[in-house]
Design a protein around this ligand. Structure first.
Ligand SMILES: Cc1cc2nc3c(=O)[nH]c(=O)nc-3n(C[C@H](O)[C@H](O)[C@H](O)COP(=O)(O)OP(=O)(O)OC[C@H]3O[C@@H](n4cnc5c(N)ncnc54)[C@H](O)[C@@H]3O)c2cc1C
Length: 477
């Protein structure tokens, strides 16, 4: 519960207006603090709204529509091949960003947050030098400062090329054109999501990943249906393969591959998207004048209240560590604001959901099977195949699967994993179950609406007890 305290006497600065920063700033203002929010953009939003979650999901929605229109012939509905009007597609995506970020600008004003367009540097633990975008500079002193400077695309230095043919996630989302061929370096979620968009728009997409599977870190049974589908929509998926060299030529980028499964050592691509992870923005000028500590991986070190080693400075979001996700950043931002207000709070979630917005989607939360194996932890896994779901059949998406990871002794739900259409929406039930300490029985006894995909969560709990109505999986003695 949030109580109003003497926080009203505090003046805080938040550096960076992404989900972590604006969530911290808005709650701090709601708690009565005077707040200055600093970011180079015209409005709050950060990477998530301007060049991350939101533009990618807008484009993925279009990709899904194109795909469904093609698939509709299986249901007796024939559409002509879609004509892509790229400028209109771009302006629709930009419109979504403008509406959302503009809305945050209005919310900021309504809360009387002082929004400063510019960049901040530290003079000491409580003083910032703010270089405004209008060219003026000012030194300002605060009671507390929250660092929410986020992250940026990582680059492999030996593969860096200064040419528009070499893209990162930001330039890929600009969608300046649809190339004939595209190589995505990195089989993580950002590469697969953007590869899906370009493939739907008619580009021949190849993906190269140095590890043996796509989406390293996710349970393999969740990845398998996605992999099968990606094999259909992508030109090729190269696993156990690294990119040894890239060279720009007059008509593309020549890529040299290395690895035991490589058949063609060299290929030419119109464009290359480097999506090999993200790096925290912890190199804030003047940070060395404070007591803030940065880990070897570049993350700012914080405690459970998101306070750094400098008592006047807090840090939240991508800059403090994995998972680098917007919803984690927002919750950290809110926790930091409450901690500054003097509330007894800690950021210690039992489950942070992860969603890959490909088609099918993959989502998981809490304990994964991979993690349980690593920790040698005894678990029981109950899987419900969507082939037995009425709803999945009606939308022709039976490749999905929902699973519960359960503690065999207490029967408590420890983790949930879902692959299938809309998994990203469905996973919220798993997060709530884990946070509420639900038992498998609680889920089995909760009446879910029929026919829905949400039923598969209940069905997987029934599978745990060997008594699912829709599949025959008797419990072994
Ligand atoms: C293509 C893509 C897709 C993504 N999709 C998802 C998704 O679907 N779901 C999800 O949860 N996450 C997604 N993410 C990740 C998500 O965008 C980040 O986790 C989230 O934006 C982190 O929020 P943040 O507040 O930590 O920082 P950011 O959003 O990175 O914002 C930091 C802000 O600080 C500013 N800044 C930096 N230094 C200074 C300074 N010195 N002074 C002032 N301002 C400064 C930056 O300009 C930036 O505006 C995606 C990311 C990408 C790239």
């Amino acid at each position: 519960m949030i109580f109003m305290t003497e926080a009203s006497n505090l003046h805080i600065a938040v550096i960076g207006a992404g989900p972590g920063g604006y969530a911290a700033a808005f709650l701090a203002a709601d708690l009565g603090m005077k707040v200055t929010l600093i970011d180079p953009e015209q409005n709050p939003g950060g990477v998530c709204l301007f060049r991350g979650c939101i533009p990618s999901k807008a484009l993925l929605h279009v990709a899904k529509l194109i795909d469904e229109s093609r698939h509709a012939k299986n249901w007796g509905v024939d559409y002509a091949d879609p004509k892509i009007d790229l400028p209109r597609l771009r302006s629709w995506k930009e419109g979504v960003i403008k509406k959302l970020t503009g809305g945050l600008g209005v919310l900021s004003k309504q809360r009387k947050v002082e929004y400063t367009q510019g960049k901040a540097a530290f003079e000491n633990s409580t003083t910032l030098r703010v270089a405004r975008s209008n060219g003026t500079e000012e030194q300002l002193t605060f009671d507390r400062i929250v660092i929410a400077t986020g992250s940026r695309p990582a680059v492999i230095p030996s593969l860096k090329l200064e040419t528009p043919r070499m893209m990162d996630s930001t330039s890929a989302l600009d969608l300046s054109e649809v190339p004939g061929t595209l190589l995505v370096i990195g089989g993580g979620y950002i590469g697969l999501e953007l590869g899906t968009v370009y493939a739907a728009l008619g580009c021949k997409v190849s993906v190269v990943e140095m590890l043996p599977g796509l989406l390293p870190g996710a349970d393999r049974d969740l990845v398998l249906p996605l992999h099968k589908r990606m094999e259909k929509i992508f030109d090729s998926i190269l696993l156990n393969t690294t990119v040894a060299a890239v060279k720009e030529e007059s008509n593309g980028i020549r890529v040299t591959f290395d690895g035991p499964e490589v058949k063609e050592r060299e290929s030419l691509f119109d464009k290359v998207l480097m999506s090999v992870g993200r790096k925290p923005n912890s190199e804030i000028p003047g940070l060395e004048k404070t007591q803030v500590k940065v880990t070897q991986r570049g993350f700012i070190q914080v405690n459970k209240q998101l306070q750094t080693d400098d008592p006047a400075i807090y840090a939240v979001g991508d800059v403090v560590g994995e998972p680098m996700l917007a919803h984690k950043a927002m919750h950290e931002g809110r926790t930091a604001a409450e901690a500054i207000a003097g509330h007894k709070v800690a950021f210690e979630p039992n489950a942070i959901p992860a969603v890959v917005f490909t088609d099918p989607e993959i989502a998981w939360c809490g304990l994964t099977e991979t993690q349980a194996q690593k920790e040698n932890r005894e678990i029981k896994v109950a899987r419900f195949p969507w082939a037995a779901s009425g709803r999945a059949l009606t939308i022709d998406r039976t490749e999905g699967m929902t699973k519960l990871i359960v503690d065999p002794q207490t029967e408590r739900v420890l983790g949930v994993g879902i692959v299938g259409a809309g998994a990203g929406e469905l996973i919220a039930e798993g997060v709530l179950a884990i946070e509420m300490g639900a038992l498998a029985k609680d889920i089995a006894l909760t009446i879910h609406p029929h026919p829905t995909l949400s039923e598969t969560v209940m069905n997987s709990a029934e599978v745990f007890f060997g008594t699912s109505t829709d599949v025959y999986r008797p419990k072994r003695p």
